[in-house]
Every structure is written in structure tokens, then in C-alpha cells.
Design a protein around this ligand. Structure first.
Ligand SMILES: Cc1cc2nc3c(=O)[nH]c(=O)nc-3n(C[C@H](O)[C@H](O)[C@H](O)COP(=O)(O)O)c2cc1C
Length: 370
């Protein structure tokens, strides 16, 4: 019997790298690592369980490229060579399976608390900032911006040396790269601001610098949020950004949709989802990953019909590490949250991660409090 499309192999164009199927574990912060940035055995175990569960790509949690870019306690880092031995442990563990392992590189910018980093948070423009002791962020200077580009590049090289198959640049969810992309957070009058070309320049420079410094085989993708209105990221600009990324030949674009079924209402007669709009905008797009609110096999197949090449999932894989292996069954329809603490322990979450998941609406069953 033919396998469902979601379970069929996928070749990354231009790379000739084969994924065992079309499933992606999306980046998920889990706070299980050490304050010095070294990735812990608990975090490695959590990722390994999902790799054994059959995902085509395993993406790590967002990992900071510099001390100043850290956003949470328990976040693992890739900003120092002391991180390399445990990163090698992670990649060699994942490579016991057929999954690829991709690190999600980021800098928190405005969202990097001074009480964690010891530094005033930087952002494209000086802005109101709850994470800064003074209540304001610092406008990034030329020197700061150069350091950010160098830090992303050095971190990507470190990931390459540690055995990762590639990296995902975190340009989504309002962290530093998307603060530069946003019209409201980026009010600069110089070449790092202004029109989309200026606001995307940080992302472009980071990408080009990394591409120059790692072998061609190393995968470089970009995650974006097509719409974050409160920081000034709008769909029309995001469509143009996709064109910029396409022309740069990034290996994949990962759309963070939160709900891939949500229909954009800009044209009443032709309501389409974000994935459809992006896919229909250009020929010859890089691989498109799309993520948000996928639970069942029917959901996953619907997203492939929208035009996504690969299907990303977050929350369902927290409770169901074997999601990717089960998805070939058209009737697979796992239970929705809330989940009990025991269920989450069985799924190899440590206590810190379980406590963190209590912050996610209705994810952990209330009796955990007792
Ligand atoms: C606990 C948790 C942590 C997350 N951390 C990250 C992260 O580090 N980087 C990121 O880009 N997205 C992060 N996300 C968003 C997910 O990657 C995903 O886009 C989102 O959960 C929607 O997919 P889902 O409906 O399948 O959960 C996180 C989501 C969850 C639930």
C-alpha cells in the first residue's frame, strides 16, 4: 500500500539530503539546561525520544548566540567553545536515528532580561523595555550590530563543528531579528532601518556571513512570523521578505502560523491561509515548513494540500514523542491537552519543563498543583 504523503521521504532541493518523511519537530524552549549554557542530559534525552519517534527533522529549542542574547534561565547556548562537547553528545545521539538535527539560533534583543544577562537589552531603536533596569532598551550601535552578526556566524560554525546538519535563524516571534523587521520596533533612519530592504538587512547580513563560513552541505533555514501587528510586521512585507529569502537561496523558510487553518481576511472573496498565500506568491520557493495547531493525521494532510512541503509540530509532540511514526495512519488523532504530570513524565519531560508547561494555557492537568 502506498504511504501517505506525510510519511514519504523528501529530498531537500540543491542539497541532495534525504529526509525520512515530511515531519519536523518545531523549536520548543524547555528550560532543562544549565545556567552556563551547557546543554543537559535531560534536554538531550527529550530530543532523542522525539528522534526515536521518527521525525524527519529535530529542531532544538531557541539557543542564544551570545551571553547578552539569552532570554530565559535553563536555555542552552552555543556562544562558547565550552558548549561543544555536550553539543557533540546531542548530535551523535540524534544521529543514532534517521533524523536530522537543526539548531535554532537566536538573540532575544528587547526580550533578553538584564537580570539574566547583566547587560542593557539592545534593540533597533531605543524602546520601552520591561527587561531593562531603566525601563528602556539601548539602540544598537554599528558596533553592536557587527557583534550580533559575528556572534551568529561564530555560533553557526560551532554548530557545524559539533555535528549539526544545519541551523534555523529565528526571525520570528518578536526577538532581535524580527525587532529589526518590524516597522514599529525599527524606527532607524540609517541603512539598518527604513523600507523592508533596510529592516531585513540584519537578517540578510547574518545569513550571508554564515553561508560564506560553512560548507555548502550545511543547511541554513529561516523561521519567520508573517504577521505580528504590534511590532509592525505585516503580511505584504512578509511576502516580499519571502522573495528576498528565495533569491538568497536559503534552504528552507519556516512559517510560524500558530494556526495553519486560520484564513486571512484581506480579500473577502478569496480567503486563504498564510501557507497558501505564501506558496501562491512565487515559483521556485525554497522548502516551506509550516507550523501551528496540527494534531491529527487529517490536519497534517490538509496542510500538505495547502502547499507546505514539510509539516511542523510543537505541542502534540510534547505528549506524543512517537507522533511522526504514528502519522502514517490516516485515523491517527491523538488526545488534546490537558495532560497529566505522569503522562508528561512518561514522555521524558523533567520537572522544570513540566512546571514551565503550566504557563501554557490548559496544557497540564490542574491536579499537578496538589
Ligand atoms: C513550550 C513551547 C516552547 C516554544 N519555544 C519556541 C522556541 O524556542 N522557538 C520557536 O521558534 N518557537 C517556539 N515555540 C513555538 C512552536 O515552535 C510552535 O510554533 C507553536 O507551538 C505552534 O505549534 P503547535 O500548535 O504544534 O504547538 C514554542 C512552543 C511551545 C509550546
Amino acid at each position: 500500500m502506498n504511504k501517505l504523503k506525510i510519511s514519504q521521504p523528501y529530498i531537500l532541493p540543491n542539497k541532495n539530503i534525504k529526509l525520512q518523511n515530511r515531519t519536523v519537530l518545531a523549536a520548543m524552549t524547555n528550560k532543562q539546561s544549565y545556567d552556563n549554557g551547557i546543554i543537559s542530559d535531560d534536554e538531550i534525552k527529550w530530543l532523542f525520544e522525539r528522534a526515536k519517534g521518527g521525525f524527519g527533522i529535530i529542531t532544538t529549542a531557541a539557543t542564544n548566540v551570545s551571553k547578552e542574547g539569552k532570554a530565559w534561565n535553563g536555555e542552552f547556548g552555543v556562544y562558547d567553545n565550552s558548549h561543544i562537547p555536550n553539543l557533540i553528545k546531542l548530535t551523535s545521539t540524534i544521529h543514532k536515528t534517521q533524523s536530522l538535527i537543526i539548531a535554532q539560533l537566536f538573540h532575544g534583543g528587547l526580550k533578553s532580561p538584564q537580570k539574566i544577562t547583566g547587560s542593557i537589552p539592545i534593540s533597533p531603536s531605543k524602546l520601552k523595555c520591561n527587561e531593562s533596569f531603566t525601563g528602556k532598551s539601548k539602540e544598537a550601535s554599528e558596533k553592536d550590530i557587527k557583534k550580533v552578526i559575528d556572534d551568529f556566524t561564530a555560533s553557526a560554525i560551532r554548530c557545524y563543528k559539533s555535528g549539526f546538519d544545519g541551523i534555523e535563524l529565528h526571525g520570528a516571534h518578536g526577538y532581535l531579528i524580527s525587532q529589526f523587521l518590524g516597522k514599529i520596533t525599527n524606527k532607524r533612519k540609517d541603512h539598518w532601518g527604513g523600507d523592508l530592504g533596510g529592516r531585513a538587512k540584519l537578517l540578510i547580513k547574518i545569513y550571508k556571513s554564515i553561508r560564506k563560513n560553512v560548507p555548502e552541505k550545511f543547511i541554513i533555514g529561516v523561521r519567520i512570523s508573517p504577521e505580528i501587528e504590534n511590532i509592525g510586521i505585516y503580511l505584504n512585507d512578509s511576502i516580499k521578505l519571502v522573495d528576498i529569502l528565495r533569491k538568497l537561496s536559503v534552504d528552507f523558510i519556516h512559517l510560524s502560523c500558530w494556526d495553519v487553518f486560520y484564513k486571512i481576511k484581506s480579500n473577502k472573496n478569496n480567503q486563504r491561509t498564510l501557507t497558501q498565500i505564501i506558496k501562491e506568491s512565487y515559483e521556485n520557493l525554497p522548502t516551506i515548513i509550516s507550523t501551528g495547531n496540527i494534531w491529527s493525521s487529517l490536519d497534517a494532510n490538509n496542510l500538505l494540500k495547502q502547499g507546505a512541503d514539510l509539516v511542523g509540530v510543537g505541542r502534540v509532540a510534547i505528549r506524543y514523542p512517537n507522533w511522526a511514526n504514528n502519522i502514517s495512519d490516516l485515523n491517527y488523532n491523538p488526545n488534546r491537552p490537558p495532560y497529566t504530570v505522569n503522562e508528561l513524565k512518561k514522555a521524558k519531560l523533567n520537572n522544570t519543563f513540566i512546571s514551565y508547561m503550566k504557563n501554557w494555557n490548559n496544557f497540564v492537568k490542574y491536579d499537578y498543583q496538589k
